[in-house]
Design a protein around this ligand. Structure first.
Ligand code: ASP
Length: 325
């Protein structure tokens, strides 16, 4: 494996990464270009750099996470940062401390980067206004999950060579999904054609205003698409009955080879995880080594998070230098 070249001299204007909303096509390309560099680094035996040496990264997770938290942790460590993980179970939040008290307490420890996941939409934006470090949204309620959309875009760009002009179907529980929202924003910004495919009960009203076409039938929605993005049925966010049963949902909206047959023959299958096998996706399809990019998405996640941590820290360094001068 060849060693990655010198780290590209790229800059991102933002101080925080709170969402895809507000990122320009150039900003997105900057993050993806630097991510490509980190994919190469992560495939080396020695994956460690000193890029973030001396920096402190706190991962503050108010909601459970497997992939995102471990991916941010690895990303920070590979860049040489000191990484602290705080999850709700082990913190004073259980003892009644508010979100902002917790943030201010952590802020007093002088972190450089705060990675936050919270169950309420907008909580991460609010927190970013109160602290003086860079904040990264690792998922807030149904609002946004920007690094997921970026890792999905990296996976697509590396597999298909482009994003512009591709037909992408985002299928399943769109109503409860921050992954869907961030992906719609990113894919539209980069010039893809986006469709959402969901039962009426799981289609957010007015979603067409985000620039997507809506389908309530998988075979209509998947016709000729290049990318099939499945979403997890988010039962924990559902109050009341949105679907008759998971069995019925699988029958109508679960991705199997029959429904996939109308997509392009080389259509890529994606899922952000965690997967409900046999509910939104058939196991054989999920594990199809020729069609499924699900594990590749996990690999791309570490690289994208390294790129984001690196780019936001470059801005901190620029500001510190300017302050000294
Ligand atoms: N892991 C993603 C999220 O945190 C998707 C999911 O949970 O279904 O939003």
């Amino acid at each position: 494996m060849s060693a990655p070249g010198p780290i590209p001299e790229l800059r991102l204007p933002q101080e925080h990464l709170l969402g895809i909303q507000g990122l320009s096509p150039a900003d997105i390309s900057t993050i993806l270009d630097l991510s490509d560099h980190y994919v190469e680094l992560n495939r080396q035996a020695d994956k460690k750099t000193a890029t973030l040496r001396g920096r402190t990264q706190i991962n503050l997770f108010f909601e459970p996470s497997t992939r995102t938290q471990s991916s941010f942790e690895l990303a920070g460590k590979r860049l040489g940062a000191d990484v602290v993980n705080m999850s709700v179970k082990s913190s004073s939040i259980k003892k009644g401390e508010t979100l902002l008290d917790t943030a201010m307490t952590l802020n007093a420890m002088h972190p450089d980067l705060l990675v936050v996941r919270h169950g309420s939409s907008g909580a991460v934006n609010l927190l970013a206004q109160k602290v003086n470090c860079s904040v990264i949204n690792a998922g807030d309620g149904r609002h946004e999950h920007p690094t997921q959309a970026l890792l999905d875009a990296l996976t697509i760009r590396r597999r298909k060579g482009r994003i512009e002009g591709l037909k992408v179907a985002i299928c399943g529980d769109v109503a409860h999904s921050r992954v869907a929202r961030s992906n719609i924003l990113l894919l539209n910004t980069m010039g893809a054609e986006v469709r959402v495919v969901a039962p009426p009960t799981l289609t957010p009203p007015g979603i067409e205003r985000m620039g997507v076409t809506v389908h309530h039938n998988m075979k209509d929605g998947l016709k000729d698409v290049d990318i099939v993005m499945m979403l997890r049925l988010q039962l924990e966010r559902m109050q009341g009955a949105f679907i008759p049963s998971t069995r019925e949902f699988y029958h109508m909206f679960g991705l199997d080879y029959d429904k996939l047959s109308v997509a392009q023959p080389d259509a890529l299958i994606m899922h952000p995880g965690p997967m409900n096998r046999g509910v939104e996706i058939d196991s054989a399809v999920a594990d199809d080594i020729h069609r499924s990019a699900i594990l590749e998405q996990v690999e791309m996640g570490v690289a994208v998070r390294m790129a984001v941590l690196d780019l936001l820290t470059r801005n901190l360094s620029d500001a510190e230098t300017a302050g000294v001068a």
